[in-house]
Design a protein around this ligand. Sequence first.
Ligand code: SAM
Length: 249
Amino acid sequence: MPRAHKKLQRLFVDTGLSAGLILDLDKNQANYLGNVLRLKPGANVILFNGRDGAWLAELTEASRKSAAVRIVEQTAQQPAPADLWYGFAPLKSARLDYMVQKATEMGATRIQPVITAHTQVNRLKMDRLRANTVEAAEQCEVLQVPDVLDEISLSDLIDAWPDAHGERILILADEGEQAASPTEKLGELAGKKLGLLIGPEGGFSEEERTLLRAQPFVFPISLGPRILRADTAAVAALAVIQSIIGDWR
Ligand code: SAM
């Protein structure tokens, strides 16, 4: 992403993008640009839709209730699609927002709540999860907005895992694993399709750990000698994965 436009506000729009197009923004976006940022017609913003890269646009109308832009030119190509599935046992609201935003910033491309024995959250607000991915993408110049998949139970996840011929490896952050650095072990997964699973605040149950570790596609890792909070573990695990075998290389 060229940093030339780093100061411009970035907005996600779920529509096609092409030079010369005039686009009406939704009420929330109009309010944000007009009333919060107090942008005037002529100001520039960056639009992206998760498919066609980033586009420079010029505000043609900005009032309390509505705003319109004219698309000027493409400023960044859509990057090659990455592929990193991220599963987590949902946490309570604010930390859940944080977890989903950080997974987006760290390059997860599919995000899925996984319900485990010790998961403390009952009803998930999927719209809120999706809104968090868009907000994180807008703030962090992410152009591929992750898909938020419907929640799944751990046993259904295992049954449905695409593991034909080791097609996709599920990296399990296992707090019960012998404390060690995951860096060497992760090196074995270079070139593989990957998923990462983070457990709940209460950890995985012993039955769940036994079930997971019995799967040929599960790859347990330790995240060092300390027990990290689930949201910390998520960022730590995504960082080591991206730096060793992911898109940070
Ligand atoms: N309350 C649990 C306990 O006392 O064992 C700790 C669970 S931990 C807060 C939540 C999740 O973060 C774990 O299920 C695991 O996925 C991950 N995690 C935390 N620390 C870890 C570590 N040192 N190694 C591997 N995974 C870890």
